[in-house]
Design a binder for this molecule. Structure first.
Ligand code: DGJ
Length: 699
């Protein structure tokens, strides 16, 4: 039978009419209503000729391409069984079940190599394709699994690739290349996705942008080691692939045992990267754990680092409350013996020297000021200089002689005693103190031990903590944005996007992180004027405008801010509170400009009734008069009232005379969505590192 899944402008056609592994004959634009005869014709015309010096039957790229089928590109499945050799099954189709709306379960088996594979494939209502395989060892003896990956075909015209790399404090740097013949493979061996995570691998028509081009993208919803690749084979097919990166011997399947791969999430759009977000964000929102408005928080890290004492932090609580902060997060430094970043991780008891009466007096102060309380933890880690490491050296992962990283080692969560101890410690803290929020950090690569087991145990731990503490929110942090993926996102309510609060860096990091993850998850903080990570000094208005477009917070010693700055921060928080419902539910949009110095991004309400936009000058423009600012994503037929939205001081410009529409006597500015998107407004002459914000309301 030939199956046609359709949703939100996407079609997937699976030819399961043969006796072997089914073939995806189309994943891309919606093909409209197709009758069984239409589908049969489609499948028939996709069968290629047989070429010279080749396989004697037409080669088709199946759902689990294998050598046994004639596929000499990267296979979907690998492993071996001692004594019988390499696992390269010639799978036979057993059944395809239609499991509810747009979901297929494909059962395959190979008697010779004694495996079965069950593939779940779902096209969600939002047009997001999810795919995972479960392999079962049905034979005698142990099967060593080397990989079980998802491979999806992309058409020949998807000739340009985009994925991401990065460093600490500089995550999500885009990199583009041409998808030439061969494999472009991105592999994470950090034990977490890492700062250089490939994040989202996008193949598209050359020159694709935020609003233009056809794009096909994959992401692996997993927080451990992984590989994501693009391949153009000389055999004539191009594909995107993703799967867990398994170390040799890491996954031994005893007779009857199964392995289920992480979900591969795949999205198609004919409207560039914004089109991907337009499918991904509503889908993520459909299962998100976020239940309420994203509170403005103050995080103590860059304000006080390890210098915790009640009088200092009480002053900070008061200053935070005064400007409208809603959550106070006590970062690293609160637990027993933690005087710097080289000791005490693992000793999750409140430090008696800094906090003789425990955290109660501080939390009472926080609550009295009307805020809720959050606490930093780094549960997976342990310093050799800690009571925990001294008592349980056998709980540490990896070799004892391996170098430490930030003075720390990793706790082996797959050790049941270590796991139980950690769960008890976290539960004890969460029971003793009214903690609304945990910032869950992870500050080193694993570099040893089984990442597979560690990641599974981490998920179990977070799930157990959440189950025991309904309502608790968690932020995923890994030295900033080192663990942002859709596996962790199922379990957390916020991600720490990056350790840098430098708005210039943040503009790029947030721009690309938000292609996949909706902005309400992306922690963005107002930092001190001179950024601690880069030493760059930025204007308050630019810092405020940058931190507005996410889950906003402050990471600055507000007791050092001037009265004028505090007023401006309070006004910014009021604006955030007024607009967060829109910012955290609307469509994220970007204009495609030709000048990389000037960017325009915004969020348009899902019903098109309102929007908030930012014109951002990252550097000096290429031309004296930058191109008009165009506002994408609006309803072309509606009229919008455009108004400046002032956060902080008026953005600095070099214009002797402002654009006519900005003149004091210009009156109300009302234009249609079509005019705003296609023609736009002549651009104000912002100086570098300034941002001008606008609200648009349908009239
Ligand atoms: C790394 C995080 O990314 C920072 O925000 C901070 O929490 C420190 N760890 C604390 O050690």
């Amino acid at each position: 039978m030939i199956h046609h899944l359709r949703a939100a402008g996407t079609s997937l056609v699976l030819d399961a009419s043969g006796s072997g592994t089914p073939v995806i004959v189309h994943w891309g634009a919606d093909l409209g209503e197709l009758s069984p005869a239409d589908l049969a014709a489609l499948a028939a015309v996709s069968v290629p000729p047989v070429g010279p010096s080749s396989l004697d039957v037409p080669l088709r790229l199946s759902l689990l391409p294998a050598l046994a089928e004639g596929w000499s590109g990267r296979p979907a499945l690998g492993g071996f069984r001692t004594g019988t050799g390499t696992l390269d099954p010639a799978l036979v189709l057993v059944a395809v079940h239609e499991d509810g709306d747009n979901t297929l379960v494909i059962e395959l088996a190979d008697a010779e190599t004694s495996v079965t594979v069950s593939t779940e494939l779902e096209l969600t209502a939002q047009g997001v394709l999810r795919l995972r395989h479960t392999l079962t060892n049905t034979g005698e003896g142990t099967l060593e699994l080397a990989g079980l990956d998802a491979i999806l075909p992309v058409p020949d015209r998807a000739a340009e690739l985009l994925d991401f790399t990065g460093l600490w404090s500089h995550e999500r740097r885009p990199q583009r290349s041409t998808l030439g013949q061969g494999v472009w493979s991105r592999e994470s061996r950090h034990g977490r996705p890492g700062h250089d995570d490939s994040y989202l691998t996008v193949a598209g028509t050359p020159g694709f942008g935020f609003r233009r081009g056809e794009v096909w993208a994959v992401h692996l919803a997993y927080s451990g080691d992984k590989l994501v690749w693009a391949e153009r084979s000389t055999l004539g097919y191009a594909a995107l692939g993703a799967g867990e990166l398994l170390a040799p011997g890491e996954l031994s399947l005893a007779e009857g045992a199964s392995y289920t791969s992480p979900w591969t999430v795949a999205v198609y759009s004919d409207a560039g990267l914004d089109g991907l977000s337009a499918r991904l964000h509503p889908w993520i929102r459909s299962w998100s754990t976020i239940t309420g408005p994203r509170p403005v928080l103050l995080n103590t890290w860059e304000a006080v680092y390890f210098d915790h004492d009640l009088p200092t932090l009480s002053r900070l609580v008061d200053a935070a409350a005064k400007v409208g902060v809603e959550r106070f997060v006590l970062d690293d430094g609160w637990f027993s013996g933690r005087t710097d970043d080289q000791r005490a991780l693992g000793d999750w008891f409140v430090d008696a020297a800094k906090w003789p009466e425990g955290l109660h007096p501080l939390i009472e102060r926080v609550h009295a000021a009307g805020l809720d309380f959050g606490l930093w933890v780094e549960p997976e880690m342990v310093n050799p200089d800690s009571d925990l490491a001294r008592a349980h050296p056998d709980w540490l992962l990896g070799s004892a002689s391996a170098p430490t990283w930030r003075g720390q080692r990793v706790l082996d969560l797959a050790n049941p005693d270590a796991f139980a101890w950690l769960l008890e410690r976290l539960s004890a803290l969460l029971t003793e103190y009214p903690i609304a929020y945990l910032k869950w950090d992870h500050n080193r690569d694993l570099l040893g031990g089984s990442v597979h087991r560690q990641t599974a145990a981490l998920y179990r731990l977070i799930d157990a903590v959440r189950a025991a503490q309904p309502g608790l929110e968690i932020e995923s942090c890994a030295s900033g944005g080192g663990r942002i993926d859709l596996g962790i996102l199922e379990r957390v309510d916020r991600v720490w996007t990056s350790d840098t609060n430098d708005p210039l860096e943040r503009q790029q990091i947030q721009r690309y992180t938000s292609v996949l993850v909706p902005p309400e998850y992306l922690g963005g903080h107002l930092g001190a004027a001179t950024a601690h990570t880069t030493g760059r000094t930025s204007a308050l208005g630019f810092r405020l405008a940058t931190a507005l477009f996410g889950s906003a917070g402050i990471e600055w010693d507000l007791t050092q801010a001037s009265a004028v700055e505090l007023d401006q921060i309070a006004a910014w928080i009021a604006i955030y509170k007024e607009h967060r419902a829109l910012l955290h539910s609307g469509n994220v949009v970007h204009a495609d400009g030709s000048d990389p110095a000037i960017e325009l991004h915004g969020v348009v309400a899902a019903d098109g009734s309102a929007a908030v936009f930012a014109q951002v000058a990252l550097a000096a423009p290429r031309t004296a008069l930058p191109a008009p600012i165009r506002f994408p994503g609006l309803d072309p037929a509606r009229r919008y009232r455009v108004r400046p939205l002032l956060v902080g001081p008026v953005p600095r410009t070099v214009q002797t005379v402002p654009p006519a529409w900005q003149a004091a006597d210009a009156g109300e500015l009302v234009l249609t969505g079509a005019v705003l998107a296609e023609v736009g407004l002549s651009a104000p002459l912002l100086t570098p590192e300034q941002a001008a914000l606008f609200t648009l309301d349908a009239v």
